[in-house]
Design a protein around this ligand. Structure first.
Ligand code: ADP
Ligand code: MG
Ligand code: MG
Length: 264
């Protein structure tokens, strides 16, 4: 249902909870993009429907940034909202971690820095992403990391506080599970969990069910098993402790975390 047949939809690239993403051809320029189709009938409650407005608005507001997925166009009809996006590779960070396991530290550090650059930009502009996880981290042709999927993003600051459970069990911050008001530091927690997983191949908080995972997250007992972390540097572990810190007021900010990367 792309307007005026300006675009031709090609093969499916992936799907999430609400969106199905296709490769698409912009006929006039002969360029390839991605088209994310969000079917409105799948969005039954008002929280879900929020993403229709917030996702294109947030992406437009944040762009351009080298580590944030570029939005190119938006179309709207009775049953579908379509976002035309910069095309990325098929394999997300989720696919890479599932296929290849742990990454060598210099590689993990480079990805961590790019993720923190994206976060620092969002947070400086007053946006929290709230769904930072490996399936939402994409790579362009030059292998630059691109933060995507702003459907759960929320504005903060100026007396505006956030609440409500959003995110994905392994990555969600303890204060979100506790149902407290929270701030943009939830994204730093999730990013810390991702960096830990990139370095070790295993998540820091694990359980057989969602409630077991949540219990482990709430305990926030961060450990670095020697067999797995033997080759990981002390500064990397120190940064992980500061990012995966239970108390959000003592947790490092994205901007402060970035200042630790001067040697990479
Ligand atoms: P949802 O909001 O439903 O989670 P996403 O925006 O995360 O939807 O997209 C779902 C999946 O589609 C992603 O995890 C990824 O595999 C793929 N995808 C999304 N955007 C792109 C893109 N620009 N280029 C390539 N693949 C993409
Ligand atoms: Mg997603
Ligand atoms: Mg989404």
């Amino acid at each position: 249902s792309l307007n005026n047949q300006q675009y031709q939809l090609l093969q499916e690239l992936g799907r999430g909870r609400f969106g199905t993403v296709f490769r698409c051809l912009h006929r006039a320029s002969n360029r390839l993009h991605a088209a994310k189709l969000i079917h409105k009938r799948h969005l039954t409650d008002s929280t879900d429907r929020r993403c229709l407005q917030v996702e294109p608005k947030a992406m437009t507001f944040l762009s351009p940034h080298p580590n944030i997925l570029q939005i190119i166009d938006t179309f709207e009809d009775a049953d579908t909202t379509t976002l035309v996006l910069e095309l990325c590779q098929r394999r997300t960070l989720f696919d890479r971690l599932s296929d290849d396991g742990a990454l060598p530290e210099p590689h993990a550090a480079s990805l961590a820095k790019q993720l923190l650059e994206a976060l620092a930009h969002c947070h400086a502009l007053g946006l929290a992403h709230r769904d930072i996880k490996p399936d939402n981290l994409l790579f362009d042709d030059a292998n630059n990391l691109k933060l995507s999927d702003f459907g759960s993003a929320e504005w903060f600051g100026e007396g505006v506080t956030m609440s409500g459970v959003v995110g994905t069990p392994y990555y969600v911050a303890p204060e979100v599970i506790m149902g407290r008001e929270y701030d943009e530091k939830v994204d730093v927690w999730s990013s810390g969990v991702i960096v830990y997983t990139m370095l070790s191949g295993i998540p820091p908080f694990y359980g057989e069910s969602v409630s077991e995972i949540f219990e482990a997250v709430l305990r926030a007992n961060l450990r670095f098993p020697t067999t797995i972390f033997r080759t990981v540097s002390a500064p990397a572990k120190d940064l992980l402790r500061k990012m995966i810190c239970r108390d959000p007021s003592r947790r490092i900010s994205a901007q402060q975390a970035l200042s630790k990367f001067i040697f990479y």
